[in-house]
Unconditional design. Sequence first.
Length: 486
Amino acid sequence: MPNCDLSMRLRDRRGVTLTELMVSVAILSIGILGFIAAFQSITKAFTITRARTLATNLAQEKIEALKNIPYYSLLITTASAVDNDVSPSFDYDTGNYPSETIAIGGITFTRRTYVTLVQVNDNVVDSVAYTYPDSGMKGIQVYVLWTENGVRKVWSLTNILENPNINPLDAGFSGTVTRAGTSDGVGGVLVRVEQNPAWNTITNGDGDYNFRVYHGTYTIRFSSYGYYDAVSALSAASAGTTTDVDASLTLIASGTIAGNAWMNTHLVVSQVVASTSQINDNVFLAQYIELYNPTTFTITIGGDPPPVKVNYKSPTGCNNADTCSDSTYGIKLTYVNDTVDPGRYYLIANTNTVSAGGEFLAADAYFTNDADTLCSTPPNGSLWDLATSPPRKQIINPSHGGSVWLTDSSGAILDAVGWTHNANIPPNCETSCIYQNITGLGLPAESQIVRIASPTSSLNVSDMSTYGRAYDSGNNRNDFVYPTLI
C-alpha cells in the first residue's frame, strides 16, 4: 500500500515561481546600483574635499614661510604675469617667487605667490605700487591651482606682514599749490611735513600733490626756488582718510647783478714806501712794504726758513744798485707776527715802529741787523749804518727804480711789483713796470705806490680805504697808483 503520508508531504512543499524570482532580482539590482551610485558620489565628494584641504594646507604653508621672513627681507613683487585660466584672473610673481609644481595625493598642484605694499584707505586695505613709500605693511597672496574633472580650480589665502619697528602710513595729505593771486598751479614744489621731513613729495606740473603719513596732526611746509616758503596751520590726518591742504606761494622779487670779480689765492704786495720821515725823528727815514691777504684763510709768512719770502732788486744802471733775494730768506726779517689773517694787512718795515698818517704803527716784521749780509749786492754805507741812532737800515734805494716780489718755499713767484727809473727797468715786473711820470726818479722820498681796490678806484682813492687793496689784472701799470703820502 502506497505511503500516503509521504506523497502528501511532497505535494505540500511549494517552490519559488519565475515571477517571484524576477522581482527579487530586480529589487536586488536596484539596491546594488543605488549603492554603487552612492559610493561614486561619496568618492567624488571625498576627492574634492581632499583636494581643497591639500590646497589650503599648501597655501597656508607658503603664507607661514613668508611671514617668518624679516619685514625688510620679504621681497616685493616687481615682475608679474596674469593667470587667465581661472575666473576671476589674478596677478602672480614671476621673478622673486617663481611658480611651484607640487604633486601630492595623486594630485598635481601649482602654487603661485604675489607680495605687494598695502595701505588702509577708508578702512579698506588696498594694494599700492612697489614704488610707493613704505607703508609699513606688506600683503601676501598665495594661489594654489589644480585640475578637477577637466576644470581648472584655484584656492587662495591672503595675509599681511606688518613692520613692528615703524608706524604704517595710514593717512594722507593732498592738495594744490598755486601762485599767490592767481589760480596757476606751481610745479616742482617740495611739500614736506615739518614734524617728519621724510614724509614729502613734489607737486606735479599742475601744482597737485598727494602723499602718505601716519595719522596725527602736522604742519606742512611748501618750498620752491624763487618763492617765499608757505607753512600751513596744524592739520589733522585721520587714519584711513586723506586730508586736503592747499597753499599759495608768493614770488620773490628778482633782479640782475653785474660786475667784475677777481681772485688771488696768495698774499699780494699792496703798498711800497721807499723813504718817509718820521714825526718823532725827521732825520730818520722809514721805508716799508705792505702785504694784503685777499683770501678766506690765514696765511703763514714767518718761520725759519719762512714759507713766503720778500725780495728786492734795483735795476742795472741805477747808482748804488742792490739785490736782496737770498734763496732761503729773501730779505731776512724778524717776525713779530707769523701769520696774516683773511682780509688783513701785514706791515714789513726797516724799524719796529713807523709813523704814517699821524699815527704810530707797529711793524709785523722788520729787517734784521744782518739782513744786508745776505744781499748778493748789499746796500752801500749811506743806506745801511747800524752805528746811527736809530740804526739806518734801508734796502729799498729811494729815487731809483726797483722791484719787490714774493716767492714761496719752492722759489715760485707769487706776486711782484716794479717801478722804473728813467730808462732803467727792474726785473720781475708783472707785464709792464710802473712808470713814474712825475719826476722820472722811480720812487722818491715821501711818495708811495699803492695797489688799487677795483678797476675804478684809481680815480677814487677813498675806495682803497674801504675795500681790500687786492685788484690784480696781471699788469703793474694798471694795478697801482701814486697817491700823495700823508
